[in-house]
Write a protein that binds this ligand. Structure first.
Ligand SMILES: [Fe+2]
Ligand SMILES: [Fe+2]
Length: 174
């Protein structure tokens, strides 16, 4: 691997990391969608899966524009976030609680992506690559929208339904 002796090298390093992160997500999101109960949540995850495939191909365009081969550098952070999501989804849970867990896990992923794309979009600017900045900015925009949609779904009642379920359960056992 090239030494990180310039911002350009560091930039490529980060793009390789993001490429790995997005590829991991294309494999994980179908499993998450299958576990969702709320049709709105299932839809949101499925639509973001389609966008994630776009994110992969945008990164391939970025590699191309940099004159580099698309290469994955295992994103350990995404690996960890996905592992945590898988672990929580393995637990026995009411459908409502599981949906709340899916939203929580998905928002952690979105925030990771927002932080990463925000950084590389800025760096693309610094290294004078407006063409690349445009591509990364498009993805950043979609990640932010996906995050907001998840917040709206949570506020629209998934969290409340989970809380109501707990209260009901408590009543039954008392
Ligand atoms: Fe993405
Ligand atoms: Fe995303």
């Amino acid at each position: 691997m090239e030494k990180l002796n310039s911002l350009k090298n560091l930039f490529v390093h980060e793009i390789q990391d993001l490429y790995s992160a997005e590829l991991q997500l294309t494999k994980a999101l179908p499993k998450v969608a299958a576990k969702a109960t709320s049709p709105e949540l299932k839809n949101a995850v499925e639509e973001h899966l389609a966008q994630t495939e776009e994110h992969v191909s945008r990164l391939e365009q970025v590699f191309h524009l940099l004159g580099e081969e698309p290469t994955e550098l295992t994103c350990k952070a995404m690996k960890g976030l996905i592992k945590e999501a898988k672990d929580i989804l393995k637990e026995e849970a009411s459908p409502e609680t599981r949906d709340a867990a899916i939203i929580a896990a998905a928002q952690k992923v979105e925030h990771y992506e927002i932080a990463s794309y925000g950084t590389v979009a800025k760096w693309a600017d610094v290294i004078g690559r407006n063409d690349i900045k445009q591509l990364l900015g498009q993805t950043l925009d979609e990640e932010e929208k996906a995050d907001r949609r998840l917040s709206e779904l949570a506020e629209a009642g998934i969290n409340q339904r989970a809380a109501a379920y707990r209260a009901e359960e408590k009543e039954l056992t008392e």
